[in-house]
Design a binder for this molecule. Sequence first.
Ligand SMILES: CC(C)(COP(=O)(O)OP(=O)(O)OC[C@H]1O[C@@H](n2cnc3c(N)ncnc32)[C@H](O)[C@@H]1OP(=O)(O)O)[C@@H](O)C(=O)NCCC(=O)NCCS
Length: 189
Amino acid sequence: MTEPQNSDISNSAARRPKYDVPSGVIIRAVEPEDATGVTALANLPGYRWGTMRLPYQSVSATREKMWTGGTGLVGLVAVQEDKIVGMATLRRFEGRRSHVGTIGMGIHDAYVGKGIGTALLSALVDVADDWWALRRVELTVNADNTRAINLYKRMGFEQEGLLRDYALRGGVFVDAISMARLRGSAIHT
Ligand SMILES: CC(C)(COP(=O)(O)OP(=O)(O)OC[C@H]1O[C@@H](n2cnc3c(N)ncnc32)[C@H](O)[C@@H]1OP(=O)(O)O)[C@@H](O)C(=O)NCCC(=O)NCCS
């Protein structure tokens, strides 16, 4: 019997470097019982600075937001010693934008710069490319969030636009950058 042929049109998996998950960290699907840990993450000042979270996020608000995506949502958490240290989601749009997904993510303030964001984003790019065949993955990031922008560029995202006074952050309007990655784009190591 002949081996099944690999019919992946872009062969993008072969072109993507594999990032190791940092030692001691597990990446898995988010579960309802993670709501408390995810809320604790969202209430950290650094996490809030880089995301659109408001202060005093409640566990019930987390529950409402997290599990409304159905089959169009992949939600991941990074766990170290039973503590949730990172969170990332990929949401797929519908209808004429069903080839597009959007990413949101954040790492615990005390665990940034350890490769966890790279591992989470790499896992979501795998899903986008190889399991959903998304043509386009997009995101918005505060224009002064250099660490995040560098991570996204490394994973093949490119800047598309500047969104002026995009959001209020601690009493100041801040600009954001819209970025997107088209399937098959190069990922830089
Ligand atoms: C932005 C954010 C998601 C990045 O995640 P992270 O886990 O800190 O990122 P990583 O550690 O994977 O990569 C960051 C840097 O650490 C370096 N690094 C350190 N140790 C590493 C390791 N063991 N493996 C890989 N990279 C490592 C990377 O090379 C990278 O360097 P660079 O910025 O020069 O490219 C995270 O800092 C964060 O959540 N910040 C607050 C919330 C936020 O801004 N969210 C983004 C919303 S758009």
